[in-house]
Write a protein that binds this ligand. Structure first.
Ligand SMILES: [Zn+2]
Length: 201
């Protein structure tokens, strides 16, 4: 396979990018000068060196100190009793930007598709079970995408956590409807997210 095809295949695996768009990326790169291509490859190589995964919420954050826990998880002004579970880092970023939520987060790392045979390989099951052992926890808010796979993920997570939440009397809620169907939580505007949080059930 030549370089054009190899790169096209790599870009087509990016979220939301189809084969046609990925080929456009490759031809775009071919129009750039060597300096900007070198900078791009350097940044890609640095990405993993400079970013780490928070041991508590599992989100990516820049390694600024020796801490293995991110600034959101260590923030003392945040409510320890509330934990919002989201699918991906982009969802976290959008909800955080909206100011709708002042508790802590957990990033599942994906969703569980309907009929999935190995759900534990699709989301961070072990880390989530560990996280909800927190003695301060009073409520878990499931903020998952409004789609059949999102609903399936919700069902799976509820079942997964039910022994723990029943024992520890933790409430599990879901964001109120009003979010458009098929949408990932990366997209709704701040007002919509605030209302969805207020109307959680
Ligand atoms: Zn964190």
């Amino acid at each position: 396979m030549n370089t054009i095809n190899k790169l096209t295949e790599i870009f087509s695996k990016f979220p939301g990018i189809g084969p046609r768009q990925s080929k456009r990326f490759v031809y775009f790169l071919l129009t750039r000068n060597n300096g900007s291509l070198e900078e791009l490859s350097k940044l890609i190589l640095e990405l993993k060196k400079e970013v780490t995964v928070c041991e508590s919420c599992q989100r990516f954050f820049p390694k600024t100190s020796q801490s293995k826990i991110c600034d959101v998880c260590t923030d003392k002004n945040r409510e320890n009793g509330m934990l919002m579970v989201v699918e991906r880092d982009a969802d976290f970023e959008n909800i955080e930007k909206s100011g709708a939520f002042g508790g802590k987060y957990f990033i599942l790392g994906g969703k569980v598709p309907i009929l999935e045979k190995n759900p534990e390989q699709k989301i961070r099951v072990t880390e989530l079970k560990e996280r909800v052992q927190d003695k301060n926890l009073k409520e878990i808010v499931l903020a998952l995408s409004v789609s059949p796979d999102g609903e399936n993920t919700e069902k799976y997570v509820r079942e997964l956590l039910s022994p723990i939440v029943e024992k520890k009397k933790i409430k599990i809620s879901t964001l109120g409807r009003g979010l458009s169907t098929g949408i990932e939580l990366e997209y709704p505007d701040s007002e919509t997210l605030k209302n969805a949080f207020k109307n959680r059930t």
